[in-house]
Design a protein around this ligand. Structure first.
Ligand SMILES: Cc1cc2nc3c(=O)[nH]c(=O)nc-3n(C[C@H](O)[C@H](O)[C@H](O)COP(=O)(O)OP(=O)(O)OC[C@H]3O[C@@H](n4cnc5c(N)ncnc54)[C@H](O)[C@@H]3O)c2cc1C
Ligand code: SF4
Ligand code: SF4
Ligand code: SF4
Length: 369
């Protein structure tokens, strides 16, 4: 039966809960708002399946050195709606056109982030754009297996650890499965996201990565109750908490699935640095970095309606350390979460980051507890 001693040993992929033949594993929210498996030991028959599929207990070593491209979707409208160069949509359209199913992360009813699937081209728009919150997988792994067992084409997109969990859960390779991982800096807590949204009533639009003022220096847009906020990423407290790693999951400080352990066919990311490497293709509307981990999918990539520019692996990584690098846990992360429930996101963030002498003293004392 699955046990772990430290929260960093669980990325929340749901492979264990999805595989359990007795359905005695539930994903339960902890104090920080992340989901962890909880086993009903009175029902467990100790079959060991949950341990077998855990990607943290069984990381794999990537087999191939990726082939790298810069890529830009020829459809400028779709590219503007996407976070980078709009390459996800092209892979997804290809799957749908073959009668397949696409899984991705979208907003739920309460602006929470959930994994869902679609079988239509129109249904793809909700997956476009990065949502900087850990998505709730629901029954996505079981649904994926069901479609694959029916012989359908499936594109599953998600973070590297979600793909690793899915691959372990499936326990065999399916020729009709294409896995697309997004480069992953880390995933913020759904509780932090809910707290951030709590004073915003009647929300009708959220975009974490608007290109209204350009791809580099992106803006976060929120429309609610007659207000429209367009916040530069460098000034959004939510994005600052994410990028400074205060709000991300403990497993992100010991990531089990980044590049050398990736199980995906292809990784997509922002091609930061393209303005240095190949300035003539940078129009500040978004360029994707595409790393093909499985050379069998290269013919698929060459069929996409996009501009493709071969690149050097090391050169591309130089500008995007999050693809390989796992970051250190900030000293005040626990302090931030301890304040979150009591004071709400904004106060917790400000008290965690301010230079005010009293707050600094309180933080130092808290760290010593
Ligand atoms: C939490 C997170 C962290 C990221 N960190 C980095 C980074 O450090 N460096 C970098 O270069 N790129 C990062 N990205 C990826 C990048 O922002 C783009 O999503 C990626 O380049 C795809 O862009 P696109 O233009 O092809 O398509 P888009 O249409 O923008 O792609 C959307 C894709 O992202 C997936 N997605 C969106 N939100 C989530 C989520 N919460 N969980 C799982 N999948 C999600 C969708 O399912 C879809 O596959 C991150 C994305 C996320 C979600
Ligand atoms: S050991 Fe088997 S029955 Fe017990 S929780 Fe794990 S998968 Fe379920
Ligand atoms: S990493 Fe995934 S499989 Fe392992 S314990 Fe966590 S949810 Fe279960
Ligand atoms: S950083 Fe690693 S553990 Fe964290 S969400 Fe991304 S892939 Fe998963």
């Amino acid at each position: 039966m699955l046990t772990f001693t430290d929260k960093s040993q669980c990325c929340g992929c749901t492979a264990c809960a999805s595989i359990c033949p007795k359905q005695c594993i539930q994903m339960i929210e902890d104090k920080e708002g992340f989901l962890y498996p909880q086993i009903d030991t009175t029902v467990c028959v100790d079959c060991g399946l949950c341990e077998k599929v855990c990607p943290v207990l069984h990381p794999v070593q990537a087999k191939e050195r990726p082939t790298v491209f810069a890529a830009v979707n020829n459809n400028s409208e779709v590219r503007m709606q996407s976070s980078s160069g709009g390459i996800f949509t092209l892979f997804a359209e290809q799957t749908i056109q073959k009668g397949g199913v696409v899984f991705g992360a979208c907003f739920g009813k309460e602006w929470n982030v959930v994994h869902r699937y679609t079988e239509t081209l129109e249904g793809l728009s909700v997956f476009r754009g990065s949502k900087y919150v850990q998505s709730d997988m629901g029954t996505s792994f079981q649904d994926t297996k069901r479609f694959l067992d029916q012989g359908r084409e499936v594109l599953f997109s998600g973070t590297p650890c979600q793909i690793a969990g899915l691959k372990n859960y499936l326990r065999k390779s399916y020729p009709t499965l294409l896995t697309v991982e997004v480069a992953c800096h880390g995933v913020p807590s759904p509780k932090v996201w809910n707290s951030y949204l709590s004073d915003k009533k009647n929300i009708n639009y959220i975009n974490f990565r608007s290109k209204c003022k350009g791809w580099k220096g992106y803006h976060m847009i929120l429309e609610y109750g007659g207000h429209k906020e367009i916040i530069p990423s460098g000034e959004s407290l939510y994005i600052k908490a994410f990028l400074s790693d205060l709000s991300v999951r403990p497993s992100c400080f010991a990531c089990p699935a980044k590049i050398n352990h990736s199980q995906s066919d292809v990784l997509i990311a922002d091609f930061w640095g393209i303005d240095q490497i190949q300035p003539e293709i940078d129009d500040n509307k978004g360029c994707s970095l595409v790393m093909v981990n499985n050379s069998e999918i290269l013919p698929l990539l060459h069929q996409l309606d996009c501009q493709l520019y071969p690149q050097n692996f090391d050169c591309a990584l130089k500008y995007n350390s999050a693809i390989v690098k796992t970051f250190h846990q900030p000293a005040n992360r626990k302090f931030f979460f301890s304040l979150l429930s009591r004071c709400g996101f904004s106060t917790a963030y400000r008290m965690t980051t301010t230079n005010n002498i009293i707050c600094s003293l309180v933080r130092t004392l808290y760290r010593k507890l």
